[in-house]
Write a protein that binds this ligand. Structure first.
Ligand code: SAM
Length: 333
C-alpha cells in the first residue's frame, strides 16, 4: 500500500516501489491516487517479464475494509525489523504500508506493527526491498523475456508463448496430427515437471516446437532440421536445442555421425530439455505409454543399448522430479 502518491512528483519513486514489490514477491500494489501512466508502466513490465502482479488505485481506508490479514507500516520510527520479522512471517496475508512525504499520525495507530529498517531516514524503495527480502516471499516470474545471469554484459532470452509456437508449426505446414502430438507433449511435460525446478514457459515452448522438423522429414534428421528452422526464424539456441536433443534419449556422437547428421550436440542437458525428450519418448502420437513398452519397441529394432539409455533418463527424471507414470497415464482419459 503506497500512500501519499503525488502523480507529478512521485512518478519515478512510486514506479520503483511497484517494481520492488513485484520483483520481491508481492501479489499486488495499491496506490492511493489514480495514475494511469503508472498502471501502464507496471502492466507492461508484468506482461514482458511475467507474473500475476496487479496494480490497483484506492485509499488505505478502502483497502482496510476488505483486507484480511496483518498490517505493517514501514517507518524509520518503528521497531527494528530484525526483532519482529519471524513473528510477521508466520502470517499468510500481509499489507505493507509505505509513505511518501509526511505520514498521517493515525496510520501509526491503525496498523499492527510499525517497523523500521534501520532507525535512520532513507527511502520507501530501500525499506520495502530489504523488508520483503527478509520476508522471503519471492517467487518465480516467468515471462516472454528471461534475463540470463551473466558475469559481464547482458543476455536476455525471448521465449515464444503458446500461440506463437502453434502459429509457427502451422506456418511450416504441420498437420493436425503433429499439432495434437505437440500439444499432448506439452501436457505430459507439464505434469512430469511438477516436482522440479523448471521454467514452465520455456518447457511449454520446447514441447510445442520439438517436432517442427517433421514438417521437413520424418526421419532421424528431423531434430537437426527443426533446430535449423528455429535458428533461421531467429530463436535462441536454447529454444532450438529442444529439437536437436529430443530424439531417442539424445543421440550419441557416433550415432549422429552414422546417420550423417550435422556435427552438433544432440544430448539433452538442461532439466527442461530432458523432460521434453522423455515426454516425447513416452508418447505414441497422442497416447502416453510406459517406458517399458517403448523399450520393447527399441529392442525389436535391434536398439537394445538405446533402450537402456531411455530407461536411465526415466529413472533420472523420476528421482529428480518425483514424477509418477500412473499420474501421467491419466492424461490418456
Ligand atoms: N519523514 C517521513 C515520515 O513521516 O515518516 C518519511 C518520509 S520517507 C522519504 C518515505 C517513506 O520511506 C516513509 O513513509 C517510510 O515508509 C519509508 N522509510 C524511510 N526510512 C525508513 C526506515 N528507516 N525504515 C522503514 N521505512 C522507512
Amino acid at each position: 500500500m503506497r500512500i501519499g502518491h503525488r502523480p507529478e512528483r512521485d512518478k519515478r519513486i512510486t514506479t520503483h516501489v511497484a517494481l520492488v514489490s513485484r520483483a520481491f514477491g508481492a501479489d499486488k500494489i495499491v496506490v492511493d491516487k489514480e495514475d494511469q501512466k503508472l498502471r501502464h508502466t507496471i502492466e507492461k513490465v508484468t506482461e514482458k517479464f511475467g507474473g500475476e502482479f496487479k496494480i490497483e488505485f484506492h485509499s488505505l481506508k478502502e483497502e482496510m475494509k476488505t483486507f484480511d490479514g496483518i498490517k505493517v507500516h514501514l517507518t524509520m520510527y518503528g521497531i527494528p525489523y530484525q526483532r519482529k520479522i519471524g513473528e510477521i512471517r508466520r502470517n499468510e496475508n500481509i499489507l505493507i504500508v509505505v509513505g511518501a512525504e509526511k505520514v498521517p499520525r493515525d496510520v501509526y495507530e491503525i496498523v499492527d506493527y510499525n517497523i523500521a529498517v534501520e532507525n535512520q531516514p532513507h527511502s520507501e524503495v530501500s525499506a520495502l526491498a530489504i523488508f520483503l527480502e527478509h520476508l522471503g516471499r519471492k517467487r518465480k516470474l516467468e515471462g516472454e523475456l528471461k534475463i540470463v545471469p551473466q558475469a559481464r554484459g547482458k543476455k536476455v532470452l525471448r521465449i515464444p508463448g503458446r500461440e506463437e509456437c502453434l502459429d509457427l508449426l502451422r506456418k511450416y505446414g504441420a498437420d493436425e496430427n503433429l499439432i495434437a502430438h505437440s500439444v499432448m507433449c506439452a501436457k505430459v511435460a507439464g505434469k512430469m515437471s511438477e516436482g522440479c525446478e523448471v521454467d514452465l514457459r520455456l518447457l511449454e515452448a520446447g514441447a510445442l516446437l520439438h517436432d517442427i522438423g517433421k514438417t521437413v522429414t520424418m526421419g532421424i534428421a528431423h531434430g537437426a532440421e527443426g533446430y535449423s528452422i528455429l535458428r533461421k526464424e531467429g530463436y535462441d539456441e536454447r529454444i532450438a536445442r529442444f529439437c536437436s536433443t529430443h530424439v531417442g534419449a539424445g543421440l550419441l556422437k557416433k550415432t549422429a555421425r552414422h546417420f550423417h547428421l550435422p556435427d552438433m550436440d544432440y544430448i539433452p542437458r538442461t532439466t527442461e530439455e530432458k523432460i521434453v525428450c522423455h515426454s516425447d519418448t513416452l508418447l505414441k502420437g497422442t497416447r502416453v505409454t510406459r517406458v517399458e513398452e517403448i523399450m520393447e519397441d527399441y529392442r525389436q529394432k535391434g536398439l537394445g543399448d538405446e533402450a537402456i539409455r531411455l530407461k536411465k533418463l526415466d529413472v533420472y527424471l523420476q528421482k529428480k522430479c518425483g514424477y509418477n507414470i500412473d499420474v501421467i497415464l491419466k492424461l490418456n482419459q
